[in-house]
Write a protein that binds this ligand. Sequence first.
Ligand code: EPZ
Length: 421
Amino acid sequence: MDKIIVKGGTPLHGSIEIAGAKNACLTLMPAALLCAEPLTLTNAPRLSDIATMTELLESLGCEVASLQEGRVLVLGTAKISNHTAHYDIVRKMRASILVLGPMLARDGEAVCSLPGGCAIGARPVDIHLSGLEAMGAELDLREGYVHAKAPNGLIGAEYELPFASVGATENLLMAATLAKGTTVLKNVAREPEIVDLAECLRAMGANISGEGSHTLTIHGVKKLHGATHRVVTDRIELGTYMIAPVIAGGEVELIGGRRDLLEAFCTKLEAAGATISETENGLTVTRDGPIKPVDIVTEVHPGFPTDLQAQMMALLCFSDGTSVLEEKIFENRFMHAPELIRMGADIEVHGGHATVNGVSALKGAPVMATDLRASVSLILAGLAAKGETVVSRVYHLDRGYEQLVRKLSACGADIVREKEA
Ligand code: EPZ
């Protein structure tokens, strides 16, 4: 396993190119199962999760061609030759569940291992399953797998999600494109990745309206066709790198950055002392005065994104006051706190709340990554801490951050990646 060594104290100057969104690509790729003609995705990020999804889709009979060093993916599913998503792949990446809806819609059958929980929570898939049942699927849960059948095809239905789950919205939206009749999905997720999926499915011939609102209306069609779609910018990678010049000092331009993708986050980052300006290439971020405390509550979009909570906590460790962070999406998403405390942060966690009392400095230390976003929060803290921070288990980072060391060192950060002895 590799480790990343950061020596803090160097202000950052330069530009960072933001990649296509991991969480958009992981739902766009399974959409290729819905039709026999090829789906071409451009601006695809080069991440280990994308490789895992490729492995899964190929196991189902989809042919995936990776062009332009992985930036372009051409996915062709002439036919689904295997309808079972096996545990050994699904356990590596929970987004594997997103093959369930498309396979069911295309062929009326699908078997998918139930994704286990993960470090940040139990993460059940009950909403995915109850939505598919509302559309006429017959589900049988046994030996850790869901066996789904719709021998006469899925039927359009009206279904209200008990929680605006991102993955459930994506699964049900894809399934509804080929259902007989009209499906109305209420209380759906409104994240930019949902909008991106709807735009891609529409390019494939789907009849969808309402993306980005609380309600999606889908009129089923007989067949979809191939298309070419550009993966939307990764708002979580964007937000992560926007924090870098605020925590470390300096000024960084985020190429391809779009403020409309993360308005709630930008408002909080400005309250913490950042200056964000829009440029013709994206966004430029800097900080003039002190880092100020702000209170954060994670919400479904358009609220503050849970995937940027850990990174914001790292910044607030350096503020000149007290901040309270409330994590309302996942039940266990403060695992970065004990690691930040080892660097000298003053944080108290009580259930879903974390109180951060800012300190004047953190000290570099050996720290452990536990999940994707917790890992990167430790890197951010290391950029500003005194001395050297060694982050181990960086394979978490490779799931969601393409060439992180290159991007940060190009802006002057003292950061290297080494093989763990
Ligand atoms: C997506 O996960 C993202 N992953 C997550 O990003 C992100 O944190 C999350 O959405 C919330 O924005 C991908 O898109 C691949 P949810 P997903 O279904 O779809 C509960 C990252 O770091 N729930 O909106 O799994 C669930 O337990 C990852 O890139 C149910 O109870 O998120 C959780 O508490 C981490 N039943 C909450 O809803 C269900 O059937 C949010 O889950 C589904 C979800």
